[in-house]
Design a binder for this molecule. Sequence first.
Ligand code: ADP
Length: 292
Amino acid sequence: MLSIRNLVHVYPNGTRALDDVSLEVPTGMFGLLGPNGAGKSTLMRSIATLQTPTSGQMTFGEIDVIKQPEELRRTLGYLPQDFGVYPRVSAYDMLDHMAVLKGIADGKDRKATVESLLNQVNLWPVRKKALAGFSGGMRQRFGIAQALIGQPRLIIVDEPTAGLDPEERNRFLNLLAEIGESVVVILSTHIVEDVADLCPRMAVLADGKIRLEGAPSDLLGQMQGRVWKKTIDKADLPEHRVQHEVISTRLFAGRTVIHVLSDAKPGPGFEPVSGGLEDVYFSTLSASRRAA
Ligand code: ADP
């Protein structure tokens, strides 16, 4: 279990990227959802001990993350947003090199580790290919393989599905779900479906604050009967925004479909829809904007 209490991060230029963040993250997949600039990467880097928060506490099991960063790193697997380096080195050689860096000195142990990881992420057939020639999905799977070296108990993946095509994304998320059965996996993303499909628990971060936390199924349940849909002309949107709590708008066949949050039918032309996680997310964001 990862426990985060009252975490604050203020950058030297005064940006308050994390503002009193508290979270309990149990074993399994945990989805951290938020728009760009919400503070997700800042939180991921703080947990990964790459930057020290301004104030607050974090523990992972017995480890005090801020006071014992070395201990935490020993049990951490981290796939950063910009993994970045894709040299003309084969996947096998690169992973072997990274295993050396992670302290697996014994050649036999290392061979076993590298081979089993390449199989697990389905890169065994292309192990001799240079990373430079890998597709986005293959790179991300390689990124997970390196994050899994040394059997970490805490795995952090920061926006891993950005830029993947649907098939690659599916394959990558399935891989994460398998891993997430026995360890803590934190998946930071701005893509609602990543969380909806996989995560038994989630939180929404916006403007450095946790705006919502829970099990997606419970959060969905709270929306039942409160989401309404209407198809309107685009020109009528400003008026609807004044009269209703519009949580999302979408173009459909040249017209605008709006979703509105309301305990009762908001007016003529509205019909009830069973709210999805996207409605939960957008209504949380719109409430946090109103509070700002
Ligand atoms: P996210 O990952 O959700 O997009 P970030 O953690 O990258 O959010 O950024 C949160 C806020 O902190 C943003 O306003 C961003 O501009 C700011 N920020 C991020 N990194 C730095 C930095 N090194 N110095 C100053 N401000 C930063």
